[in-house]
Write a protein that binds this ligand. Structure first.
Ligand code: HEC
Ligand code: HEC
Ligand code: HEC
Ligand code: HEC
Ligand code: HEC
Ligand code: HEC
Length: 364
């Protein structure tokens, strides 16, 4: 039987194909958010596991209450939904590039704190966040608990239209919505505000409803991280990588800052077992302006992100290159449509958003 990709001390020969390499990447560098592992060691990435990931309150690296908290605060969701992933954008956060020069503002007194591992730019938060809506005002327990992060639940996700194009006689899509004097009103779950849900009146809506998703006109910015490079190495070149040691993984950061004689290792996020080598990460370009717009699976315009623009490489213990720049092919499949949480005014120039601008080619 072949040895498990994660067993400690496994020989490097077991990484025999690009698939083995991708599996190793997922298990040792990606899955700490994608399954109920124990998170990462920064103050706001420390959390409970399983049900407790949402229902046990953690702040600044510590459990703040032993009791089951019925209605998870946004900070609980952000323990996983941070970095350039949906959730962080709701708060207007966009992660800095890793290179020291980009990670401003830095302080010289060493007092700088990085609650999520990497600093972030503060852009405009989502209009709903500004008005007091929390994640759970739109994402109900029924939606989230139906296999969160693993399989899609049976309760469908809320849509923009369910609130903003509600008509008398239609069922109420969420239990925090009510009808008062023929108007749809929302009672926020965590702050007990009462807000009237504005209904669609601008003529752009009727005109373009078959052509574009709401986000195409209303997203203020989007995640556009082009070219994510991931290198598996046993022998990181320390002076060179020291400038890039902050890369959203405490495990990696500590080993780049303080190399040990045994050489580097990373834990498997499913079994917890460490094995030699590090996965180092870098980006070609991180941008938020000018969302990428393309035609989605339903034939309407949607915002895309290059989330699968991944480039995997590997060197062995003798620094020999085993894999060089392995990526997803065809290139168009590196982009996936998504729902940015950066809603705001469409503004006067929304027409410019109504033509596709997705690159047809990316660098190899
Ligand atoms: C333990 C980490 C973790 C926590 C805590 C967490 N999420 Fe997630 N969530 C994820 C991951 C990872 C995905 C992506 C799943 C995928 O595509 O495989 C996800 C996906 C989602 C989705 C997309 C649909 C789905 O269910 O797959 C929504 C909506 C969502 N999360 C909302 C929330 C909200 C709201 C909270 C807080 C109440 C929250 N999440 C807490 C990790 C987490
Ligand atoms: C900081 C925690 C975290 C890490 C580390 C992480 N992810 Fe995610 N990922 C998320 C969350 C949360 C979501 C759901 C929110 C979203 O879609 O942006 C997500 C969503 C995704 C999606 C989108 C799925 C879809 O249906 O659109 C892909 C693809 C993905 N991640 C791949 C990866 C890969 C590959 C890695 C490793 C290189 C990785 N992720 C590492 C938290 C993380
Ligand atoms: C991704 C986040 C998330 C995870 C993981 C999660 N829950 Fe929940 N849970 C919620 C949300 C959101 C609500 C609804 C809160 C509200 O309506 O105020 C909720 C509500 C509940 C409630 C109250 C239901 C009610 O009607 O009063 C219980 C009980 C509960 N969850 C148990 C669990 C258990 C047990 C697990 C693990 C199997 C779990 N949850 C995992 C997000 C989550
Ligand atoms: C749970 C119901 C709900 C859902 C779902 C929802 N919204 Fe809203 N939205 C609101 C409420 C409530 C307000 C008004 C807040 C206020 O101003 O008091 C609002 C305000 C807005 C505004 C500002 C309108 C103005 O006055 O200029 C826009 C734009 C908007 N939403 C777009 C969206 C988009 C796009 C989506 C889907 C991604 C969405 N909404 C999903 C409830 C919702
Ligand atoms: C105003 C309503 C609203 C609020 C508030 C809201 N969301 Fe969403 N979210 C939506 C809608 C609508 C979708 C799209 C659902 C669909 O079409 O499947 C969505 C989709 C998502 C997805 C899937 C993204 C993708 O395209 O892969 C994630 C993850 C998510 N939300 C997480 C969060 C988190 C975390 C918070 C709080 C920080 C939050 N949401 C707050 C309305 C909201
Ligand atoms: C073709 C561009 C476009 C699309 C697509 C679009 N909107 Fe709008 N929307 C606008 C413009 C323009 C306004 C006028 C105010 C502004 O600039 O935001 C507006 C205004 C609004 C308002 C405030 C009430 C009003 O009508 O003036 C809400 C709420 C809103 N949009 C929600 C949505 C939702 C939900 C969707 C998806 C079903 C959507 N919009 C799709 C362009 C668009």
């Amino acid at each position: 039987m072949p040895r498990q990709a994660s067993s400690p001390g496994r020989p490097h020969e077991t990484i025999a194909s690009p698939l083995d390499l991708a599996d190793d990447l997922l298990r040792r560098r990606c899955l700490r958010c994608h399954v109920y592992g124990s998170g990462d060691g920064y103050p706001e990435t420390t959390r409970g596991t399983g049900c407790a990931a949402c229902h046990l309150a953690y702040t600044n690296g510590k459990m703040t209450n032993h009791a089951f908290s019925k209605s998870p605060a946004d900070s609980q969701c952000l323990h996983c939904h941070y970095g350039n992933f949906v959730g962080a954008d709701y708060y207007g956060r966009f992660e800095h590039d890793f290179n020291q020069e980009y990670r401003t503002p830095y302080r010289t007194d060493g007092s700088e704190t990085r609650p999520y591992g990497v600093e972030f730019h503060q852009l405009t938060p989502d209009i709903h966040q500004q008005k007091g809506l929390a994640c759970i005002d739109c994402h109900s327990g029924a939606e989230l608990m139906g296999g969160h992060g693993a399989a899609k639940g049976t309760t469908p996700a809320i849509t923009c239209l369910a609130c903003h194009d509600w008509r008398k006689g239609l069922p109420l899509p969420l239990s925090n919505l009510q009808v008062e004097a023929d108007r749809l009103v929302l009672f926020t779950r965590l702050t007990s505000k009462k807000l009237v849900v504005p209904q669609l009146v601008h003529p752009a809506h009727k005109l373009y409803e078959k052509k574009a998703h709401c986000t195409v006109c209303h997203s203020q910015w989007s995640f556009n991280d082009q070219g994510t490079h991931l290198l598996r190495t046993d022998t990181p070149d320390h002076p060179a990588w020291a400038r890039l040691s902050v890369q959203g993984s405490r495990e990696v950061e500590e080993q780049l800052d303080n190399p040990t004689p045994q050489g580097p290792s990373l834990r498997d996020k499913i079994t917890g077992a460490p094995s030699p080598s590090l996965w180092l990460k870098g980006y070609e370009l991180r941008r938020w302006e000018s969302p990428l717009i393309g035609i989605g699976p339903d034939g309407r315009l949607q915002i895309f992100r290059p989330i699968l623009d991944l480039h995997l490489s590997m060197t062995d213990t003798g620094k020999k290159v085993i894999f060089d720049n392995v990526g997803v092919k065809p290139k168009q499949q590196r982009y996936l449509p998504y729902t940015p949480h950066t809603a705001g005014k469409a503004g006067a120039f929304f027409n410019e958003r109504l033509k596709p601008n997705l690159p047809t080619e990316t660098k190899p």
